[in-house]
Design a protein around this ligand. Structure first.
Ligand SMILES: [Zn+2]
Length: 573
């Protein structure tokens, strides 16, 4: 080999190897292009290390980059779909931590009685519905308010009988704790003056004749429901699709179902198989008989085996421990202020409740307990504490739903025991119902501890927010405004109802995002906008961090993305 040629070969080798690092470097930056990018945005990430960004890239349903326009630009490829947010606010998709999705969805196809201000209006709405849906099948609706029956606050069948004598009518109150039926419905159900009250349910009787008045409280609706025809499968699917659409319109990308949805999980799976499921579901099994029976255990264990992924997860069990303040069925330590004859009542035998909690906690289930009065809240905390001790369980994140009132002593126990406070800001909306009926029922002292999310947070506890749809709207922006202002939309009471509990906008948003993800054991994959998390993202038309908080409820979602797929886009304004 000639020296010159050898030098040439070495030179070539040096050239090749010398270049290598930069060649490799160039290859390492050639990253697979994003499927979707959002640019020109104000991204609120909820990542404490990087709370704000301008741009995001998404691939295979996951977030791959969040940062400045420049940082994210390199994810753009030929096939990348671009969303120009035009400077709008981008947030993680919202989780609604307390819904009754199936009844809510069904109600979208029924007459809505929420806005009726008197009985005549209810009857008018029903008449119109009946004219459009002739025949003799059941008329089912929800949403009536007690105040339309002042001063008794309870409905009577005669108003319905006058119009619907041969067609059964079943009308649920807005809070789902009372029901109004006509004589036809009562007779089909075989309910008369001799029918005994069912457990935790009350048939209201006329004091003179003893006849049922057509008003039913709490679980007495079951007497009627058992003779009501089950809706067709196709009707359920139509309703669920409407519910999914409504959720996405409101920026909801996951719900925690707090009862009544267990039976429709196979339908959710069907929608998922058809690529139509645009909301992720945690579903709780409801212990409707106030005991834990072998058949309950069988149902929940087999459901958990089947449904346990990021879309449909049956992982929780719901207890209803008391009723509501307005009807004096919420359980208190001391008597009601406006009726000293009662402290309300626990719907469960306390020992049975404790045993059921211990058994399910041992099996690793997450538990939801509906508890509104301070006695119910304490009973739930006691049972969770004792179960954790007995089972040596950690991080089960057992939950209490509602917590409308609480003893001061119990506030720090949420943080100490790791129990989640699952609360619904709109239930604290300080209108006449809350201030005149709710607050008067419990008196001024207890009312100082109304919906104390801020105190629970300050004492190291976790809170998560939801709606309780269909009892109130699914719209979370109204919830945020209420949590931040504790005032009505009209600005009353000035400064806020129990103003010490007002949250910042960021804290309220956290209740529907990262806090909600934590409540569902999903904070590693959901709840904030960070690489590696699911691409559940919303774009909204107002920067709620900058506007007057009294206008947050006007916020509209312009785009909802679930798993990297656009599932809702508003018409351009
Ligand atoms: Zn509920």
């Amino acid at each position: 080999m000639q020296v010159g040629r050898m030098f040439g070969a070495i030179f070539v080798l040096v050239l090749v190897f010398g270049l290598c690092p930069s060649v490799f470097a160039q290859q390492s930056v050639r990253i697979p292009p994003a499927d979707l990018m959002i640019v020109h945005a104000k991204v609120y990430t909820l990542d404490p290390n990087k709370p704000w960004a301008q741009s995001m890239a998404i691939r295979n349903g996951k977030i791959v980059a969040v940062g400045s326009e420049l940082e994210v630009e390199r994810y753009r490829g030929i096939g990348t779909k671009m969303i120009d947010a035009g400077g709008k606010l981008v947030l993680p998709g919202f989780t609604d931590c307390h819904v009754h999705f199936y009844p809510g969805s069904m109600s979208l196809r029924q007459p809505n009685l929420e806005n009726a201000t008197n009985v005549a209006e209810v009857v008018k709405i029903l008449r119109e519905y009946a004219a459009q849906h002739p025949g003799n099948d059941w008329i089912v609706a929800r949403g009536w308010n007690y105040t339309i029956f002042a001063p008794d606050m309870l409905p009577n069948k005669k108003d319905l009988d006058a119009v619907f004598f041969d067609r059964p009518v079943f009308l649920e109150a807005y809070d789902s704790h009372a029901f109004w039926v006509n004589s036809k419905a009562l007779s089909l159900a075989g309910v008369d003056k001799d029918t005994p009250d069912p457990r935790n349910g009350w048939i209201v009787h006329d004091p003179k004749t003893g006849e049922p008045t057509g008003a039913l409280k709490e679980d007495a609706d079951r007497l009627i429901r058992k003779v009501m025809p089950e809706p067709e499968r196709v009707d359920k699917l139509i309703a669920l699709r409407l519910g999914l659409k409504l959720a996405n319109q409101n920026g909801i990308t996951r719900v925690h179902s707090a009862g009544e949805d267990f039976a429709i999980v196979p339908l959710l799976q069907e929608l998922r198989d058809e690529k139509q499921l645009s909301v992720r579901f945690h579903v709780a099994y409801r212990l409707s008989e106030y005991e834990l029976r072998p058949l309950d255990l069988e149902a929940i264990e087999s459901a958990r085996k089947r449904f346990h992924d990021e879309w449909i997860d049956v992982n929780s069990v719901k207890f209803k421990l008391d009723g509501v303040v307005e009807s004096h069925t919420a359980a208190f330590l001391e008597p009601y202020s406006d009726d000293p004859s009662t402290r309300g009542l626990l719907f469960w035998d306390p020992q049975k409740y404790k045993d059921a909690v211990t058994e399910l906690d041992k099996r690793g289930w997450q538990l939801y307990t509906h508890a509104i009065g301070e006695l119910a809240v304490r009973t739930a905390l006691d049972a969770y504490e004792s179960a954790a001790k007995r089972n040596h369980s950690k991080n089960h994140r057992q939950r209490i739903e509602h917590i409308e009132t609480i003893s001061a002593d119990d506030i720090p126990r949420f943080g100490k025991l790791g129990v989640i406070a699952s609360m619904q800001p709109l239930h604290s909306y300080p209108d006449a119902d809350t201030l005149d009926v709710w607050a008067k029922a419990i008196g001024p002292e207890r009312a100082t501890r109304a919906w104390v999310w801020k105190s629970i947070l300050d004492d190291g506890g976790h809170y998560a927010f939801g709606s309780d749809w269909p009892i109130v709207t699914l719209n979370p922006w109204e919830g945020i405004q209420t949590a931040v202002t504790r005032e009505t939309k009209e600005g009353t009471p000035k400064g806020g109802f129990v103003a010490s509990q007002r949250l910042t906008v960021a804290q309220a948003v956290e209740g529907y995002t990262l806090g909600a993800a934590y409540a569902g054991h999903r904070e590693k994959t959901e709840g904030s906008l960070e690489p590696g998390k699911v691409a559940d993202i919303i774009i909204v038309n107002k920067n709620i961090f900058e506007i007057d908080p009294h206008h947050i409820s006007d916020t509209k979602v312009t785009t909802t993305i679930v798993g990297g797929k656009i599932v809702y886009e508003a018409n351009p304004e």
